[in-house]
Write a protein that binds this ligand. Structure first.
Ligand code: ATP
Ligand code: FE2
Length: 331
């Protein structure tokens, strides 16, 4: 069975084609990069509307397939930006109708976990998912990916992006902050906010901006921002690892590009005699292949899956979805 997956929960339009053995036959994507300011949901939707058809064509070319070779369509129902989700859902429905094939709507966060398992070979990981829109620590338990910890306000990537934008570094901020942080080892105290198992970044963001505005060197603030936020992420991941007793840690999402975060997480993982996994960057950020693969898993295991049920869910939580395929993998 060959599945085409569409992705457009935020500003990246992605299309991927995957077969039932987990071979990734095509991977195409295009990100919306605004000159300044953040991402407007309507602009993201327009970006998807413009790019989906060309990316679908390119994916078919890459996989050397014809539209009739596709056996199903998958897309992310959420979580994400409403107008963006609706545009992609409409495209997915039209494609499935015109090809007369089944359609499956998937959860974006679970897509990240599943493409991570597929491409790294880890089995039953504790996952840290860090991106512009999400910050979540999850692990399989009792039939679902349970959320062990998450952000109470903004995501880590958004925190880095907002900081970078405010101090004039442009968008996306994560890579610029990482670069500048390398030039410092002068730690300035910033509020460390872990509440129970959850994280909060907005007060810390304001404090970092104030530090810069009151004259601190930008390199020092970037360094301190990374050290503080990453220590918070590693602490919550470490406690979830101890609690869940998993033996694998999987890092996914766009912020996984950060070398310092990887290093800190790897050290913690080794201290717990667990194995550390991270997909190649092209599978770490948002992409269409993750939805295609998750769609295939869901379709294969679906008993009561209603194929007509393709409405979008803006606040679609990871723990809302049954994951029957994990019953066998989990140790
Ligand atoms: P999602 O829809 O899953 O929330 P997204 O739209 O944020 O995803 P991603 O590509 O997963 O897209 O992540 C982009 C985020 O990753 C941005 O916030 C960006 O600043 C951050 N990022 C990219 N490279 C780095 C880096 N080297 N260090 C830290 N953050 C980074
Ligand atoms: Fe994502």
């Amino acid at each position: 069975m060959i599945c085409i997956g569409l992705e457009g929960t935020a500003e990246k339009t992605g299309v991927g084609i995957v077969d039932s053995e987990g071979n990734i036959l095509a991977l195409q994507g295009r990100a919306l990069l605004p000159d300044k300011g953040g991402i407007h949901p309507r602009e993201a939707a327009e970006h998807h509307a413009e790019n989906l058809v060309p990316l679908i064509k390119k994916s078919l070319e890459e996989a050397n397939l014809k539209p009739e070779d596709l056996d199903m369509v998958a897309f992310a129902r959420g979580p994400g930006l409403g107008p963006a989700l609706r545009t992609v859902a409409t495209a997915a429905r039209s494609l499935a109708l015109s090809l007369d094939v089944p359609i499956v709507g998937v959860n974006h966060c679970i897509g990240h976990i599943e493409i991570g398992r597929l491409t790294t070979g880890c089995q039953d990981p504790l996952t840290l998912y860090v991106s512009g829109g999400n910050t979540q620590v999850t692990a399989f338990d009792s039939g679902r990916y349970q959320i062990f910890g998450e952000t109470l306000d903004i995501a880590i990537g958004n925190c880095l992006d907002q900081f970078a934008r405010t101090v004039g570094l442009g968008h996306p901020g994560g890579p610029r902050v990482e670069e500048l942080a390398l030039a410092s080892d002068n730690y300035l105290k910033l509020p460390y906010t872990v509440k129970g198992m959850d994280l909060s970044f907005s007060g810390l963001l304001t404090a970092a901006i104030r530090k810069y505005e009151s004259g601190a060197a930008l390199e020092d603030v970037c360094y301190s921002l990374q050290e503080t936020t990453f220590a918070m992420l590693v602490e919550v991941t470490e406690r979830a690892l101890a609690h869940s007793k998993k033996s694998e840690v999987l890092l996914v999402g766009g912020v996984a590009a950060n070398q310092r975060l990887r290093e800190m997480l790897e050290v913690m993982t080794q201290e717990h005699y667990a194995d550390f996994f991270m997909p190649e960057m092209k599978y770490c950020g948002d992409n269409g292949a993750m939805n295609a693969w998750l769609g295939l898993l869901m379709y294969r295991h679906a008993k009561n899956l209603n194929m007509a049920d393709t409405h979008v869910i803006q606040r679609y939580r990871t723990d809302q979805v049954d994951v029957p395929w994990m019953e066998k993998s989990a140790r």
